[in-house]
Design a protein around this ligand. Sequence first.
Ligand code: FE2
Ligand code: FE2
Length: 238
Amino acid sequence: MDHIESNYSPAPSASGDDATPSKRKVSTSKRARLTRDSRARVIAQLMRWRARIPGWDVDALRTLTSTEADGVAMVSAVLPAIGDERLRKLVQQHLADEQRHVDAFGERLANVESERGIDPVAVHPAETIGSLNVIEFMAYLELGELRAYQCLENYRDLFEGDVKTCEVIDSVMRDEQFHCAYSHDQLERWATEGFEDEIEAARKWADDIDTSAFRNQCLSFVSMLPRIIFRRSANGTS
Ligand SMILES: [Fe+2]
Ligand SMILES: [Fe+2]
């Protein structure tokens, strides 16, 4: 699955909907799509335990900033391969959203570091997961954006009382809902146009990536157990 179909451009939708897409036109049942599965529930519990570590909130803002930067890199890499005009507009909107998320979390992080006299730590360079064709990209988004939304839901609870950070999280969550919905809708649209096999394979591949990410988060949690148990920050302070 490590290849590119350059300018892959499925035929226009059978629905005949060729109007300029907008966030309000996405019709997916968000409630159904955002249901928590067992992996999400485990991750939510791990995040609660990790929030016992002093300074967890600064670490979280750094993670959120770098993860959003990963999103910018990934969407930027795939955008030139999208030939379909309607989808291109959606992905351009998506890219603008992800850049706003980087800026919003980055600004909040800088303010918190400044308020606490913490030296800024360089956020790691953005990462992508290799070359994707457009169906793989949508399948990756369909699940990845759901995980992003669920993660923010957890942070929304953990940051309770930090009004400024919660405002940023709320605004980003609205965008992530849109990203979940349009990627799901696009896959369903292609399914009606004869791409069922490609979509099934891409969803399986995306689920394998999700499984791998889940395992890595569990392993990361295990490596942090001493700090969680003894409530020690990365520099050893309690
Ligand atoms: Fe985002
Ligand atoms: Fe997103």
